[in-house]
Design a protein around this ligand. Sequence first.
Ligand SMILES: Cc1cc2nc3c(=O)[nH]c(=O)nc-3n(C[C@H](O)[C@H](O)[C@H](O)COP(=O)(O)O)c2cc1C
Length: 175
Amino acid sequence: MNGIIIYRSTYGATEQYARWLADETGFPAVRQREVTQEQLRSAECVIVGCPIHAGRPSSAGWIRRHWPLLADKRVILFTTSGAPPALVQGFTASLPEHIRSRIEYYPLGGRMLFGQLKPAHRLLMRIGQKVEKNPEAKATMLLDIDNVDRAGIEPILAGIRVHEQSLDGRIDTNS
Ligand SMILES: Cc1cc2nc3c(=O)[nH]c(=O)nc-3n(C[C@H](O)[C@H](O)[C@H](O)COP(=O)(O)O)c2cc1C
């Protein structure tokens, strides 16, 4: 199976996972704004990686717009976030059911070093913290966190390998 990893990353956490995945799969890692229609068309497996911004995967709009090209492919989405992955809920709200049901979703640990954010992003985080309702998330939103961990890609790789094995199985059975 051939594939491509398409990512958005402002501060490098998501890009780091994209590069690890590229190392392991051999798929090229391409910034979302640089990907061409031809690259998308020819990929059988599309892995999209993006940060959570304002509670939502920041590539949700891109996925919706490109769904006509993605619909017949294997689509995997991973996100990175300041909040622990288990608390991230924006996947459901950001994509309609007919798209969600076709995407394998992996929320991964992200990195946010508050002092290194651009001033506009610091302001957004402060506003976000004020309106955050989950007390656990609210308490930690402005603290430095670094949960980027190469082990996070293992379930994604395992999923790809299982899929490839089942494809091989199908070829064996039919040949
Ligand atoms: C403007 C902005 C908004 C963010 N909003 C959220 C959020 O709503 N929830 C969350 O868990 N993390 C949020 N984060 C943290 C990022 O998701 C996290 O730092 C991510 O790992 C950054 O990825 P990157 O280094 O690839 O840009 C936000 C960060 C920024 C800069």
